[in-house]
Ligand binder design. Structure first.
Ligand code: ACO
Length: 427
C-alpha cells in the first residue's frame, strides 16, 4: 500500500499517512481529516476503524489466528496457565519462574473483599442475575479502595489491576452463593487461582472441598481462552469509560455491563439455552431453517463472529475440551451430541458457508460449564472474571499511551434542522 492516500472532497485535495503495524492491515491516519476537509468518516459499529494502537492481542479473522503478545492462543491454552497468561498480558513478556511465583503470590494476597461488601450483597434480591450483582459490586469497589484510584500513578494502577484480577473470583463466587442461599466462603490462598474459585463456588463450610484436577484444568483453559480479545465491544467500553479519567473499578463495571448483552458475553448462556431447546439432533433442521429465514429474528447462538470469518481458534480448543471434560466426568449429555451435529450440519449448509458463519467460543463453553455444575446465569460472569485481565491490561495501555485522548465519536446528524419552539397551547 502507498505511504499516503489522497482524498478529494469538493475539488479540494488532502493527503493522509498510511500507518503499518507489526502484522495486520495498514490503517489510514485520518486524525487531520476534519480540520482539512470539514468532513467526518461514517462507520457505525466501527467495522473499518482502528480506535487505538495496541501491543496486546492480534487477531487475523480470515486465518482464524489469535495471538496474545505474539503467542498463539492454542499454545497458551494447552501449555500455559491463567496466571501466566495474566502476567503476559499485563507485562508484555512471559514471566521467569520467580516472576510468576511473585505475581501469583501478589494476586493471592488481594483475594479477600472488604467485609462490608458482604452486606452490600444482601441488598440484592435472591433471584437477581449474578451479572447485575457483579456490575454493582465491581462499581462499588471504588468506594472501598481509595488508595488505588489515582489513574496517573502507575503504581496505583498496577495495584488496582491486581486487586481486580484477584477479587473477581471472590465476587463471582459470592454472587453464586447468594443466589443459592449458601454461606459465602472466604478465599483459601494455598489453592491455585482457579481451584480457589471453584472451592469458593462449590464448597461449603461444613466439608473440605477437594478440587478435581480435570475440572480445574478445564476451567483454567476457559479462563485463558477468554482473557483478552482485542478491541471488542466491552474492551472498547472500558477504554472509552477510562478515556475520561474514570477510576479503574468504574471502568471495569462499564465493561461488565457491555459484556452482559446476548450479542457479546451473553451468547454462551443463549447458546446453551438454544441447544437445550433444540433438545435432540432430529430437530436441528427446523432451527437451521429458522436461522436462514429473513422474516424470523432467530439466530444460531454461538455462531458467527464480527472478526472471525474462517473459524474461531478458541472454539477449536473448547470443542476438544468439551469432549475431554464430559468423558472424564462420565457425563453423557445429549446437548453435546446436538452441538456436534448442529456444527456439522451448519458447516455444510450453503447459507452458513456464504456468510462465513462458524462456531464461536461460546458454542462449546456452555456445554463444559454446565457439566462442571454452573447454572447458565453464571456463564457470562465467568467470562467477565476471565476478561478482567484483558480489560485492565488494555486500560493500562491506554492510560500510558501519549496519544490517548478522551473518546468522542462524531455523528451524521439526520434529525430536524433548527426550528422555533412552539408553545404547547399552539401545538
Ligand atoms: N445465525 C444466523 N444468521 C446469522 C448469524 C447467526 N448466528 N450471525 C450472522 N448471521 C447473518 C445475518 O443475518 C446477516 O445476514 P444478512 O447479510 O443476510 O443480513 C449476516 O449473517 C451478517 O450478520 P451481521 O449481524 O451483520 O454480522 P456481525 O459481524 O455484525 O455480527 C455477531 C456478529 C453479532 C456475533 C452475529 O454473528 C450474531 O448475532 N451471532 C449470534 C450471537 C453470538 O454467538 N455472539 C457471540 C459472539 S462471540 C463473543 O462475543 C465472545
Amino acid at each position: 500500500m502507498a505511504d499516503t492516500v489522497k482524498l478529494e472532497i469538493g475539488g479540494k485535495a488532502s493527503e493522509y499517512p498510511v500507518l503499518s503495524g507489526t502484522v495486520g492491515p495498514d490503517v489510514i491516519d485520518i486524525r487531520k481529516l476534519y480540520g482539512a476537509t470539514g468532513a467526518f468518516t461514517y462507520d457505525p459499529g466501527f467495522t473499518s476503524t482502528a480506535s487505538c494502537q495496541s501491543a496486546l492481542t492480534y487477531i487475523d479473522g480470515d486465518q482464524g489466528v489469535l495471538l496474545h503478545r505474539g503467542y498463539p492462543i492454542d499454545q497458551l491454552a494447552e501449555q500455559s496457565s491463567f496466571m501466566e497468561v495474566s502476567y503476559l498480558l499485563l507485562n508484555g513478556e512471559l514471566p521467569s519462574k520467580k516472576e510468576l511465583d511473585d505475581f501469583t503470590y501478589t494476586i493471592s494476597r488481594h483475594t479477600m473483599l472488604h467485609e462490608q461488601l458482604a452486606t452490600f450483597y444482601r441488598g440484592f434480591r435472591r433471584d437477581a442475575h449474578p451479572m447485575a450483582i457483579m456490575c454493582g459490586v465491581v462499581g462499588a469497589l471504588s468506594a472501598f479502595y481509595h488508595d488505588s484510584t489515582d489513574i496517573n500513578d502507575p503504581k496505583q494502577r498496577m495495584i488496582a489491576s491486581h486487586r481486580l484480577i484477584a477479587k473477581m473470583p471472590t465476587i463471582a463466587a459470592m454472587a453464586y452463593k447468594y443466589s443459592v442461599g449458601q454461606p459465602f466462603l472466604y478465599p483459601k490462598n494455598d489453592l491455585s487461582y482457579t481451584a480457589n474459585f471453584l472451592r469458593m463456588t462449590f464448597g461449603v463450610p461444613a466439608e473440605e472441598y477437594e478440587p478435581d484436577p480435570v475440572i480445574v484444568s478445564a476451567m483454567d483453559k476457559i479462563f485463558i481462552l477468554h482473557a483478552d480479545h482485542e478491541q471488542n465491544a466491552s474492551t472498547s467500553t472500558v477504554r472509552l469509560a477510562g478515556s475520561s479519567g474514570a477510576n479503574p473499578f468504574a471502568c471495569i463495571a462499564a465493561g461488565i455491563a457491555c459484556l452482559w448483552g446476548p450479542a457479546h458475553g451473553g451468547a454462551n448462556e443463549a447458546a446453551l439455552n438454544m441447544l437445550r431447546e433444540i433438545g435432540t439432533p432430529d430437530r436441528i433442521p427446523e432451527y437451521i431453517a429458522r436461522a436462514k429465514n429473513k422474516d424470523d429474528p432467530f439466530r444460531l447462538m454461538g455462531f458467527g463472529h464480527r472478526v472471525y470469518k474462517n473459524f474461531d481458534p478458541r472454539a477449536k480448543v473448547l470443542g476438544k475440551a468439551a469432549t475431554e471434560v464430559l468423558d472424564k466426568l462420565g457425563i453423557n449429555d445429549p446437548v453435546l451430541d446436538t452441538a456436534r451435529e448442529l456444527e456439522q450440519i451448519a458447516l455444510k449448509d450453503q447459507y452458513f458457508i456464504d456468510k462465513k458463519l462458524y462456531p464461536n467460543v461460546d458454542f462449546y463453553s456452555g456445554v463444559i460449564l454446565s457439566a462442571i455444575g454452573f447454572p447458565t446465569t453464571m456463564f457470562t460472569v465467568l467470562f467477565a472474571l476471565a476478561r478482567t485481565v484483558g480489560w485492565v491490561a488494555q486500560w493500562n495501555e491506554m492510560i500510558s499511551d501519549p496519544e490517548q485522548k478522551i473518546g468522542r465519536p462524531r455523528q451524521l446528524y439526520n434529525g430536524p434542522a433548527q426550528r422555533d419552539y412552539v408553545p404547547v397551547s399552539q401545538r
